[in-house]
Design a protein around this ligand. Sequence first.
Ligand SMILES: Nc1ncnc2c1ncn2[C@@H]1O[C@H](COP(=O)(O)OP(=O)(O)O)[C@@H](O)[C@H]1O
Ligand SMILES: [Mg+2]
Length: 223
Amino acid sequence: MKVIELYNVNKIYGKDIKTQALYDITLNVEKGEFVSIIGQSGSGKSTLLNIVGTLDKASTGSVSINGKDISSLNKKDLADLRNKEIGFVFQFHYLLPEFTVLENVLMPYEISGMKVSKAVKDHAIELLNLVGLKNYMNKYAGNLSGGQQQRTAIARALINNPSIVLADEPTGNLDTKSTREVYELFRDINTNMKTTFMIITHDNRIAEKTDRVIEISDGRIIN
Ligand SMILES: Nc1ncnc2c1ncn2[C@@H]1O[C@H](COP(=O)(O)OP(=O)(O)O)[C@@H](O)[C@H]1O
Ligand SMILES: [Mg+2]
């Protein structure tokens, strides 16, 4: 089953001064695939990921997520799709330092106003166990190391059981050891939950371990 389908996607930023960031991107990703995106700075990687994640809109072309053309969705349905199906991990984790690790993982619930049931809390603790932070759940996020904070952000990205995880240079400011740990964690989740991964990385050691490497140059897929 295809979970991500892009057909002839173009992205042009700006009205008066136009910058074309993507040219005719056609791309399919199957359920459970683990894909990396590589390319020079400014080549269009983040633009592509943000369009897949419905955070940004294609100028022309079509985008389908889990078989659904997203242009048919209104704002609310789009936000629902994003919350339920997609987990985001960014280079800077945007944790709230004054809240505990557990509270940060549960933040998507707090934000959307949903009640945190015991089952949800147990799931959050299970995810913290998976990322090796169960013993840290009541510590303030601000007191954790960079690698631990990024692992907290990964647990947060997984709280709604997304079918797709999108990561934009998730290990960009981590040391070699933490980088490898984050990658191995992604792989475990990919294997155990059949979660589809699309990861932007400039780290070739990570890219070469993924199922497929998509290379972008000047807004075009070249490989
Ligand atoms: N909001 C924006 N407005 C105008 N131009 C943008 C915007 N975001 C990105 N760009 C331009 O689009 C191109 C691709 O950017 P980006 O997708 O961020 O590349 P990458 O993630 O590969 O570094 C660049 O030329 C960048 O300057
Ligand atoms: Mg980028």
